[in-house]
Design a protein around this ligand. Structure first.
Ligand code: GDP
Ligand code: IMO
Ligand code: MG
Length: 429
């Protein structure tokens, strides 16, 4: 015991990376259980900014082993690039410090080509994916024709598996999308090269994590994406292709639920989303621009992975309560409280209205959000700069009141609220 699970409670980019980094102090391992390099997690320590896409954010804390679980889809080329970047910053990414599940799936160039071709075909009905090949890789996984990381234990096996995979994927590219084929031989040679470097990392991570937990060590399960992007529980079809919710941690790591300790729901003090799909509390015009920032600050709301401006709006308590319920959250970690400083009023969405009726729960879940109008409670903002706050007493009364309101309406304790991107910029409750 215990496995602490860190969950994005909204549509992603809540600040999971920085919360994982904080909780990783003293942990034995931090493990990613879902998604791929569609994720972009940021950790800031002493002004240095680390951006993680495939490697767990816990790696920035010395002594923590990073695990890439079986629930992930991994682009080996991007993984090697990320490892090289982190190594150049002095982070140990040697085998032993980083472990990859033999059962994780691999993303190939054809997955990326298919992702892009599919989005182009959907036109205005597109999902707004990150174009990283995530959907097609999970499609191959569930169709039982995917490439698993275990092929990387041997260069010849990797090349042969890649060759067969590309032949089949090229047929789909040509027949369904009228796209030109990719060079199977070049890709196969690439896979042989990845195998040479990655073979020592491939292992039975489920067994490794089980033994740590049995020995009483702390393990973190680092969520990627957010609960509302969950393939089952999100705003389908405007979702990702994996299970970022709590259940995904067990299947995506192969560890058992009885080890679970805390389930930390990470949520911004407001709300954002990238890509298409419903967003009932979305703000527009000057209000949205104020929440987004201009891009001058590293934390302004532009995608970590794609650089796209994020859609911005107000915290939605109907959706947060839903997230709390489906994930079994034990607490909330609120991020970016500092961004609200200086606003005259802050808004909380308490319920929805449709056809003259008020709803505090969604009748058919978030996939059917269309037509629901947010009902707000407005609260006075606070002019104070809160970035130096470390204890609740350091926060202005209006900010404390705002947080207490979130606690009351979600029936969850807030265990921490961050007031800046730096590791230490945290108010603990
Ligand atoms: P993740 O995907 O959930 O890990 O979140 P991202 O890293 O994509 O986006 C969160 C952004 O907000 C990053 O730029 C973080 O450095 C930044 N951030 C996190 N917490 C805070 C905070 O309390 N205040 C400010 N200003 N920025 C924060
Ligand atoms: P982190 O882990 C925000 C969104 C995309 C798109 C949808 C599907 O940093 O929170 P995909 O490429 O997964 O098929 O795209 O999901 N999306 C994210 N949005 N943060 C993320 O990751 C995301 N990963 C995917 O924008 O709407
Ligand atoms: Mg992100």
């Amino acid at each position: 015991m215990p496995l602490h699970i860190i969950i994005g409670a909204q549509w992603g980019d809540e600040g999971k990376g920085r919360i994982t980094d904080l909780l990783a102090e003293g942990a034995a391992a931090a493990a990613r259980y879902s998604g791929g390099d569609n994720a972009g997690h940021t950790v800031t320590v002493g002004g240095e900014i680390f951006k993680l896409h495939l490697l767990p954010s816990g790696l920035i804390q010395p002594g923590v082993v990073g695990v890439l679980g079986n629930g992930m889809v991994i682009n080996p080329q991007r993984l090697l690039e990320e490892m090289d970047k982190l190594a150049a910053k002095g982070v140990d990414v040697s085998p032993g410090r980083v472990k990859i599940s033999y059962a994780a799936h691999l993303i190939s160039p054809t997955h990326i080509a298919l992702d892009k071709a599919n989005e182009a075909r959907l036109g205005t009905g597109k999902i707004g994916t990150t174009g990283r090949g995530i959907g097609p890789a999970y499609t191959d996984k569930t169709a039982r024709r995917g490439l698993r990381a275990e092929i990387l234990r041997d260069p010849a096996t990797a090349a042969e598996a890649a060759r067969a995979h590309i032949a089949q994927a090229n047929a789909t590219l040509a027949q369904v999308y009228g796209e030109p084929p990719l060079d199977a031989e070049a890709i196969a040679a690439g896979y042989a090269g990845y195998a040479k470097r990655l073979a020592p990392y491939i292992t039975d991570t489920a067994l490794y994590l089980h033994l740590l937990l049995k020995a009483g060590k702390t393990v973190l399960a680092e969520g990627a994406q957010g609960s509302l992007l969950d393939i089952d529980h999100g705003t389908y079809p405007y979702v990702t292709s994996s299970s970022p919710t709590t259940g995904g941690a067990f299947t995506g790591l192969g560890v058992a639920p009885q080890f679970t300790g805390r389930v930390v729901g990470v949520t911004k003090a407001f709300q954002t989303r990238v890509g298409e799909g419903p967003f009932p509390t979305e703000a527009f015009g000057a209000e949205a621009e104020r929440l987004r920032g201009t891009g001058a600050n590293p934390w302004d709301e532009f995608g970590t992975t794609t650089g796209r401006p994020r859609r911005c709006g107000w915290i939605d308590l109907v959706l947060l309560r839903y997230s709390a319920r489906i994930n079994g959250l034990t607490e909330l970690a609120i991020t970016k409280l500092d961004v609200l400083s200086g606003l005259e009023r802050v808004r909380l969405c308490m319920a929805y209205r449709k056809g003259g009726q008020t709803f505090e729960e969604l009748p058919l879940g978030p996939a059917h959000l269309e037509g629901f109008e947010a009902v707000y409670e407005d609260m006075p903002g606070w002019p104070d700069d809160v970035r130096a706050a470390r204890r609740p007493a350091h926060l202005p009364e209006a900010a404390r009141h705002y947080l207490r309101r979130i606690e009351a309406l979600t029936v969850l304790p807030i265990s921490m609220a961050s007031v800046g991107p730096e590791r230490g910029q945290m108010v603990r409750f």
